[in-house]
Design a protein around this ligand. Structure first.
Ligand code: FAQ
Length: 328
């Protein structure tokens, strides 16, 4: 190679080659590395949707904080909802390393232009829903997110390691809520079963559309962002649920669920993809309510952002901020 090489095209292809090598060798791409525009765009898409899901996902559970059946349950639920806020913040920060601002992402969310997980557009009708969300929704989230710890984009993978540890605590607390109810009165058992009946199918939809209807999968898998297909992860999830449902004593609401000896996997009944697309189009049971609440919270928080910005400006003007208390 000489310095007379003229072409930016050549440089681009050298960069592309280096990127391809990083991916092929299972190394990580850091924000300072060159990356193809499509890779960057797809990461911003997936990671921002993921961050929005964590933030919107606080709402269905926050609905039960004031009505938790004991002080202990209330403290646990508050900690869980706070964890979800933390997950949203790690993910927004990781996404910012790709060149989008937090304000842009927030704007996309509150104007309804961004997607977030379909699951959070369903209502939480009873205390047992806190158990079903922990067991099924966090369970599905872990199943989908453990492979993302190895995502080729390093900040995403690093954020996922911590998130998955916390999600696994969430999943167990949900299982434990359902177990307590299933060991309780017939009415409590009915409540637990009803919650499982309502959350089971939407939790299977969290994995996304079937593989032959998933426009992003092939490229995301070639880039090693996604490591497994939507259907593979859904299948793995049901395989995990069946023995746990037996321990709980709940029935999974799929009459066609059967072990297939030949495939060594469960055959599943048909998922209602019309419902999924309705929810994605903004016509789920709680889409409007979730977005309105998020918008209101953003507006209510304006004074905090202003105060923080004014404080930061004052600190930098006075040259403070190195640990000591600034003069008033
Ligand atoms: N909901 O081509 P694909 C949690 C969209 S966190 C809404 O298959 P991809 C923690 C998809 O974006 C839950 N939209 O897409 C918690 C795409 O639209 P676009 C969130 C969905 O990206 C627990 C289009 O359909 N987890 O639960 C959904 O390859 C409890 C075509 O789909 C993540 O975000 C859906 N379910 O695969 C918090 C994990 N499925 O962008 C509080 C990271 C698909 O082209 C309480 N994300 N779409 O307009 C992923 O793994 C992937 O993005 C998938 C979708 C698997 C979600």
């Amino acid at each position: 190679m000489t310095t007379t090489q003229p072409a930016p095209a050549h440089e681009a292809s050298a960069e592309q080659q280096r990127f391809d090598e990083l991916i092929a060798s299972d190394s990580r791409v850091e924000p300072t590395d060159w990356m193809p525009d499509d890779y960057r765009r797809s990461l911003i898409r997936q990671m921002s949707q993921h961050a929005h899901s964590e933030i919107i996902g606080m709402q269905p559970e926050a609905n039960w904080i004031t009505r938790a059946p004991s002080l202990k349950r209330k403290a646990i639920l508050m900690a869980k909802v706070q964890d979800e806020a933390g997950h949203g913040l790690y993910l927004y920060s990781a996404t910012q390393t790709l060149g989008i601002t937090r304000d842009e992402m927030t704007e996309q969310l509150i104007t309804g232009r961004a997607r977030y997980s379909s699951i959070f557009n369903y209502p939480t009708l009873s205390w047992a829903d806190m158990g079903a969300i922990g067991w099924l929704v966090d369970g599905a989230a872990i199943c989908n997110q453990v492979p993302l710890c190895r995502a080729s984009f390093a900040p995403y993978g690093r954020a996922m390691v911590r998130i998955c540890k916390e999600e696994s605590f969430h999943q167990r607390q949900g299982f434990e809520i359902l177990l307590a109810l299933m060991r309780g009165t017939p009415e409590q058992q009915r409540m637990a079963q009803d919650a499982v009946d309502r959350w089971y199918w939407p939790s299977l939809m969290m994995f996304g559309p079937p593989d032959d209807d998933s426009p992003n999968s092939a490229r995301s898998m070639a880039w090693k962002i996604k490591r497994f297909s939507n259907d593979d992860l859904r299948q793995r999830f049901v395989g995990m649920l069946v023995p746990q449902a037996e321990v709980l004593g709940v029935t999974l609401p799929d009459p066609d669920l059967r072990w297939n000896e030949e495939r060594q996997a469960y055959d599943l009944g048909a998922i209602d993809w019309t419902e999924f697309h309705e929810v994605l189009s903004g016509r789920g049971p709680c889409n409007a309510q979730r977005l309105q609440r998020r918008r209101e919270a953003h507006e209510d928080g304006a004074w905090v952002r202003e105060a923080a910005a004014a404080y930061a400006a004052k600190q930098s003007a006075s040259g403070a901020g190195s640990g000591g208390e600034a003069a008033a």
